[in-house]
Ligand binder design. Structure first.
Ligand code: ATP
Length: 332
């Protein structure tokens, strides 16, 4: 292996920059040349390549987002699109590729390994923490801290005005962020796609809380929640807004809704995200040097390891019921 490339793909996540930095510097340390690819798989198809040196990644360890830019690319899902990408990489003399992204990006890695001579490996980079075989995906720690900080601020104003607040956080298919930040932020109710509930249950708990003298009620809801009010969600374009309407209607209480949106994806990566990203990326380079392919770097029991991509992208049960039950007990 002489020359490797690195790209970021899918939704950006804080910690991608420390991962890129570690790929580049570990590779150079081992005598490899490094090519940066801009805009994810789109950049592979359009040959948006540039040489990366040690200095190319100076002063980025603390920066959110990704200096390589990220994209979603439908063309890479087609055989014709991928053929262009393989030809571009061969022309450039690239024989190894590190992809930093979520489950969709990892499916792209599988295709590259199955259809070309290029050895490709993946690093889990997504704030959703929705991959199997790893306790951790890069970005989740920063996103959790951002959400908890927002909850703290909303709690101040909720208490002052004795209001109910619905806070919607990210998680299209996974309630992980809502669950963990709901526990850390002391939310009264946590609503996630994986667990059924009725709006009446939520309203009853809010009403009981205020009767007992609670000064506020915080409901944390994941953006992926659909049932049991799919029609209302469709109408409002968001489950948080739908839930806010239902609470107002059923309890008559003053209710405000905050949709945290994309601020959850930004920000300087936390120390944990920087450390895990740096370690995972170094491992990715090492396994490429070792001749491995089609693997994802994982983090289990405080150890950096390697697993099959096929196992990592299997849909997992992301809700830990012990944590969910504990959050309920603590918010009584
Ligand atoms: P996030 O978790 O932030 O959504 P992701 O990596 O899952 O990140 P996706 O949009 O699902 O984000 O995938 C990123 C890109 O990976 C897609 O735009 C596409 O270019 C590529 N990709 C996804 N699925 C496949 C597939 N089955 N075959 C080839 N390429 C794919």
């Amino acid at each position: 292996m002489k020359k490797i490339a690195v790209l970021t793909s899918g939704g950006d996540a804080p910690g991608m920059n420390p991962a890129i930095r570690s790929v580049v510097r570990t590779a150079i340390y081992h005598g490899l040349e490094v090519v940066g690819i801009r805009h994810g798989y789109k950049g592979l198809i359009e040959k948006d390549f540039f040489p990366m040196k040690r200095g190319s990644v100076a002063d980025i360890v603390q920066r959110g987002g990704t200096i390589l830019l990220s994209a979603r690319c439908e063309e890479f899902k087609t055989e014709a699109g991928r053929k262009k990408a393989y030809a571009n990489m061969q022309e450039e003399g690239i024989d190894g590729l590190v992809v930093i992204g979520g489950d969709g990006s990892l499916r792209g890695v599988q295709k590259i390994n199955a259809e070309s001579d290029i050895k490709a490996v993946g690093i889990p980079g997504t704030i959703d923490n929705d991959l199997a075989c790893t306790d951790y995906t890069i970005g989740v720690d920063t996103a959790m801290n951002t959400i908890v900080e927002a909850i703290n601020k909303i709690r101040d104003t909720a208490t002052s005005h004795e209001r109910t607040f619905v806070i919607e956080c990210m998680g299209r298919d996974s309630g992980y962020l809502a669950l963990m930040t709901g526990l850390a932020g002391g939310a009264e109710y946590i609503l996630v796609p994986e667990i059924d509930f009725t709006p009446q249950q939520v309203c009853d708990k809010i009403t009981q809380g205020f009767k007992r003298g609670k000064l506020h009620s915080l409901i944390l809801i994941a953006e992926g929640v659909k049932a049991p009010f799919a029609d209302l969600t469709e109408y409002h374009g968001s489950p948080g807004m739908a839930m806010g309407d239902l609470i107002r209607e059923k309890t008559g209480m003053e209710t405000r809704v905050t949709i945290l949106g994309h601020l959850q994806r930004g920000g300087s990566p936390t120390a944990t995200d920087r450390i895990v990203a740096s370690r995972m990326a170094a491992k990715a380079v090492e396994i490429l040097l070792d001749g491995q392919r089609d693997k994802m770097i994982n983090y289990l029991n405080n150890s950096i390891g390697v697993c099959e991509i096929e196992n990592a992208i299997k849909k997992t049960e992301t809700i830990n019921m012990d944590i969910y039950n504990l959050a309920n007990i603590l918010s009584m």
